[in-house]
Design a binder for this molecule. Structure first.
Ligand SMILES: [Zn+2]
Length: 619
């Protein structure tokens, strides 16, 4: 090896200490020799030391407060992912907001005789408040009711039109002569052509579960004015997905890290063949069309009575929210570092019901918008949440009230349970019994007990100040901690949150065995130094847990931070990689008072909660 290489290797080892993104395990055997690889990494580091991670999170309809299924499916995973990347020193831009324009909002508004904006604003605020309570931290949480969003949607539409991706088609739809307007699916009811129930909706029959088209209904009537409906033709703009089938398929196949079942389902849609899909509809509430900029021959009939469909418009919120944030921080081009820079990485987190919109439609919209824009690096889709083996349903009172949950259980216990059972591959079945047992047996008896046992013993035997001896660190312990950082890191990168958490719990089990192996409680004058060395190694594990648990349970990790005498939020220093083993500080000062980190739940709660379930949880 040349001196040049050796020197570079030295520099590189320093870089690797600070920047985790250059994971050498993933580098293929050197083709051009180590010199070239090292130089490449060095140049890359000098140009851009931190990864740029954009995280787009599903946009909730704000016709109600979100429930625990949304939390497990779409909001908690990106928060874990973002915290992990921040701890790794990467730059994170995590965006989302409230979808103001869905029909569930306009329906609730007409039922309550208020404006849709009033309903949307009320639940926008409530959702924001509860997302904060669950410690879901967005860089920006906005809404689809902003001027920036309107402009971005209209701009994308015009570009798609210019690129030849927009078609004009005439379709038949149900019309109310009485109200003089076309009605959307959920505003229509009528007879089900399959089971003859008289209460079928325009999109589905609740009685037999069939998905319906409004025109299939027998004697359709308006839910609003109760009048009988007629069939009328109407013109709308359609997104020509067929034209984008090939590039979407190519992109999907290239997503090596996408969950298998997600990719399979998306490719299934491709196999069936993509067809055009309406992007506008006859409604007066939503993002309006840029009529001024549409040429006369491309204008559809009644263009002023149309708005964009939410499936098309809400996802554009990823761009508009990123742009809005860039303007707020007075760096208008900041969003481009994520969407246009070759180093920008974009990730999306959604629930199963959003799969097609994020694995087919959104990438298609992006390609049609600008071929140079970064396509999703991965789309993490989670399955639904079941409750005691049954599908959750608010109308049947089979759900857990979000407020009730937070009032009775600590946030970290909820976050822990959901992460421990995250529905990445199959539905998560939330069972009260399991929730209480997981909390008591794993969180309290395994993790909490290990930390409590080590620290109380330390304080009792050695006082509140503990000085470390560098030479007393056990190689086996360090190897285990390093392994946990490395393994959990690759799990977290790929959205295997459940597995990452289990690796961290394995480290706790190792710590517990270590305590048992050396029987620290049999301390006496002769073995005091030896026991102190064992303790010191256990403190190193707890010091690592303070980082490792941060993405999953930020409050508890913060308590650990305090317990070990660090200032608040220490691990989250911008640009510093803390996702790795570091020796604890030379001296630790423990606080005079120490309460338990986690609280045990009374098993009787299972009966209490089961009693509430199903009988109308009105809290
Ligand atoms: Zn039916």
């Amino acid at each position: 090896m040349s001196i040049f290489t050796t020197t570079l290797e030295l520099i590189l080892s320093k870089i690797l200490e600070n920047c985790q993104s250059f994971c050498f395990d993933k580098v293929a055997p050197p083709l051009g020799g180590w010199d070239i690889i090292i130089v490449n990494h060095l140049i890359k580091f000098m140009l851009n030391p931190r990864r740029k991670i954009f995280i787009g999170v599903a946009w909730p309809y704000v016709n109600d407060l979100f429930h625990i299924g949304n939390l497990a499916g779409a909001y908690l995973p990106p928060d874990i992912f973002a915290r992990f990347h921040k701890l790794s020193g990467n730059e994170v831009l995590m965006v989302s907001g409230s979808d103001f324009h869905g029909t569930p909002i306009t329906i609730r508004a007409s039922q309550e005789r208020v404006k849709p904006e009033a309903i949307a604003m009320k639940f926008h605020k409530l959702n924001q408040e509860y997302l904060k309570k669950f410690r879901i931290e967005y860089t920006i949480y906005t809404s689809t009711h902003t001027n920036i969003h309107k402009k971005t949607v209209q701009d994308m539409f015009l570009r798609l039109m210019k690129g030849g991706y927009i078609k004009i088609l005439k379709t038949k739809q149900l019309y109310s002569e009485k109200s003089q307007k076309f009605l959307q699916d959920r505003y229509i009811k009528g007879g089900c052509p399959y089971c003859y129930s008289e209460e079928a909706r325009g999109d589905q029959c609740e009685a037999c579960g069939r998905v319906l088209e409004p025109l299939e209904l027998i004697n359709p009537i308006s839910k609003i004015d109760k009048s009988s409906l007629t069939i009328k033709p109407t013109e709308n703009y359609f997104f020509d997905l067929e034209k984008l089938q090939k590039p979407i398929e190519k992109w999907l196949i290239s997503r090596k890290e996408m969950r298998e079942w997600v990719k399979k389902e998306a490719l299934g849609w491709i196999k069936e063949g993509l067809t055009e899909r309406a992007i506008t509809r006859d409604m007066d509430y939503g993002v309006p069309l840029p009529t001024k900029y549409i040429s006369r021959d491309q204008k559809i009939e009644n263009i002023k009575n149309k708005v964009f469909y939410v499936w098309f418009e809400a996802v554009i919120g990823y761009l508009s929210a990123a742009i809005e944030y860039s303007q707020r921080i007075k760096l208008p081009d900041y969003w481009k570092e994520f969407f246009y820079s070759p180093d920008g990485e974009t990730f999306y987190f959604v629930g199963q019901d959003n799969l097609v919109f994020h694995t087919i439609n959104w990438p298609a919209q992006l390609i049609a918008y600008d071929k140079k824009i970064n396509l999703p690096k991965n789309v993490f889709v989670n399955k639904f949440l079941l409750l005691e083996g049954r599908k959750m349903s608010k109308s049947r009172h089979w759900y857990i009230n979000t407020q009730h949950l937070l009032e009775n259980y600590p946030v970290d216990s909820i976050r822990f349970y959901l992460a421990f059972n995250m529905p990445e591959q199959k539905e998560l079945d939330f069972r009260w019994n399991d929730f209480i047992e997981t909390n008591n047996n794993i969180l309290v008896a395994t993790i909490g007990n290990f930390i409590h046992r080590v620290i109380t013993f330390t304080v009792k035997s050695f006082g509140f100040n503990l000085r470390f001896t560098k030479s007393a660190f056990d190689k086996e312990v360090i190897k285990n901690i390093e392994g946990t950082f490395r393994d959990s890191s690759s799990c977290l990168e790929q959205g295997r949150f459940k597995e990452a958490l289990k690796k961290i719990i394995d480290l706790v089990s190792f710590g517990n065995q270590y305590v048992d192996k050396y029987k620290i409680w049999e301390i006496n004058a002769q073995n005091k130094e030896k026991i102190k060395a064992v303790i010191q190694n256990n403190i190193a594990i707890i010091d690592a847990l303070r980082i490792l648990l941060y993405p999953f349970m930020p409050d508890s990790a913060e308590s650990l931070n305090t317990l070990l005498g660090y200032p608040r939020s220490t691990p989250l220093i911008k640009g510093v990689n803390n996702w790795k083993f570091k020796l604890p500080r030379e001296e630790i000062k423990f606080p005079q008072k120490m309460g338990p980190l986690f609280r045990k739940f009374d098993k009787k709660r299972v009966a209490v909660e089961s009693e509430i379930l199903g009988r109308g949880n009105t809290i």
